[in-house]
Design a protein around this ligand. Structure first.
Ligand SMILES: [Zn+2]
Length: 472
């Protein structure tokens, strides 16, 4: 039974976390989109108009300034909180002030997990406070905390080779070195469930980041059905390595973990803003980002940037009187961080109209200098997008990365065969700040944000306006 559960679990993990399949670029290079190439090239002047308007015209720095006002006013916006709902109301008002009034909100139930006291103290081999962020939906410890020896594993393979006696009654520390988010985040999402299978009393993870100034990184985790729920938290790279060094020297490491939190269900909203198409208003080109954030920092990068470039797209098109044939819909997803709750509710509610989604875009991996798009879809669809991206050579944003599963919310829509893309940007430092107190306005850059806004808006316009639907 245990083995069967494990096999099933690994299958599930490999499906959910398999890295994007990279194909050779030769296929894309040999694209022949026929007459469409000429039609797409004719959008060159529109791209220039949008660029000028955003980069050096009336919209210059507007995305940054509005993002700054927003995150300074609300700060962190965790799922289910009143501050998140207030921030949704604020975005609706901000949009109405731009004379865009086709706004709908759709209510859904979301988890509301609230972090209270958290403290980890190293008792042996010496006394030290350990910086901590409990992982989302973690249960609390008893008031006196959990005190136990630590056992350290660098990866799941090492853990699998350990006996139940090695783990039972201990605190498991998973200490994997960051490679990619895809490869490393399963230690956060499923470490507690795995550790509990062998009787651990709590689990810790090395924060999912390649860099740290003693900063713990928050994030969601998922308990398994039929496995005891144990308290689980992230600690910093520095403390994880310190514990590992003691452990490797054969010194007993004893920690006391005190964590308290509350968990309930609340109502939140997805927000849909339409710039109705002139010819096929039922057909949608969606631009999106999530409005909720973790409860640390300001959520300026994750995902304030993605939220505001998607907010700006229909507004800029309206201001420039560029109304495409199909509808451009901006969506502000709610409760992304606690498990893609908003997008799942949207997919369920709109499942009978999913044939109308012509293309769906999301920015949730930073809004640093744009480089192009990570595109999911058929070869034909990718060829058309590749042709559109040629129009952005002057800003060095013509790269098409082939993926079968773009990260974040839209993965849940793209998996049903709907073509889509996420913003590919110069986000090499994204995970330095991701889910930390360091995710503030200081990470954002006004010029790069302007380029993202212009790129996002122009791509959405062209896809919404060209003579053909993006093929499936
Ligand atoms: Zn995000």
């Amino acid at each position: 039974m245990y083995l069967m559960c494990k096999v099933l679990f690994m299958l599930l993990i490999s499906q959910v976390y398999s890295s994007p399949r990279k194909k050779s670029y030769s296929e894309i290079k040999s694209c022949n989109v026929g007459n469409l190439a000429e039609e797409i090239a004719s959008y060159d002047s529109v791209v220039r108009d949008i660029m000028n308007y955003v980069v050096s015209g009336p919209f210059k720095r507007k995305t940054y300034d509005e993002l700054e006002k927003f995150v300074d006013k609300f700060g962190a916006r965790i799922s289910g909180s009143q501050v998140l709902e207030d921030s949704i109301d604020y975005m609706i008002k901000l949009t109405q002030d731009e004379d865009l009034t086709d706004i709908v909100t759709e209510e859904l139930e979301v988890p509301h997990w609230v972090r209270e006291q958290e403290k980890i103290t190293m008792l042996k081999p010496r006394s030290k406070n350990i910086a901590v962020l409990g992982l989302g939906k973690s249960i609390s410890t008893p008031p006196e905390g959990v005190t136990a020896d630590v056992v350290v594993f660098s990866n799941f393979e090492e853990f699998d080779n350990a006996s139940i006696e090695d783990v039972k009654g201990k605190i498991v520390l998973f200490n994997p070195i960051f490679t990619t988010y895809h490869e490393t985040s399963p230690y956060r999402t499923h470490g507690a469930a795995r550790a509990a299978e062998k009787g651990a009393v709590a689990s810790l993870i090395r924060s999912i980041t390649p860099f740290s100034i003693n900063s713990p990184h928050a994030g969601v985790q998922h308990y398994s059905e039929n496995v005891t729920k144990i308290p689980t938290a992230a600690i910093t790279l520095e403390d994880a390595d310190l514990i590992k060094r003691f452990y490797n020297r054969g010194e007993k490491v004893v920690l006391n973990i005190k964590m308290h939190s509350s968990f309930e269900t609340k109502t939140s909203r997805n927000t849909l803003i339409d710039l109705k198409g002139t010819k096929n208003p039922e057909k949608l080109v969606i631009v999106s980002g999530h409005i909720d954030s973790w409860d640390v920092g300001q959520g300026a990068m994750d995902d304030g940037g993605g939220l505001f470039v998607s907010w700006a797209a229909p507004i800029i098109l309206k201001r420039l009187n560029l109304i495409p044939k199909r509808t451009v819909r901006a969506i502000f997803w709610t409760a992304e961080e606690l498990g893609f709750v908003g997008v799942n509710a949207y997919a369920e509610k709109h499942k009978n109209e999913s044939h109308n989604i012509n293309f769906i875009m999301e920015s949730d991996e930073g809004t640093f200098a744009p480089r192009g798009l990570s595109v999911a879809g058929t070869q034909e669809a990718r060829c058309i997008i590749a042709e559109i991206l040629k129009l952005f050579e002057s800003i060095n944003a013509s790269t098409l990365i082939e993926t079968d599963r773009p990260l974040s919310d839209i993965a849940f829509i793209v998996q049903n065969g709907i073509p889509g893309a996420s913003l590919h940007n110069a986000n090499e430092k994204y995970h330095w700040f991701h889910h930390t107190e360091g995710d503030t306005m200081n990470v954002e850059n006004p010029e790069e944000l302007d380029l993202c806004t212009a790129f996002w808006t122009a791509v959405a316009y062209i896809i919404a306006d060209i003579s053909v639907d993006i093929p499936r």
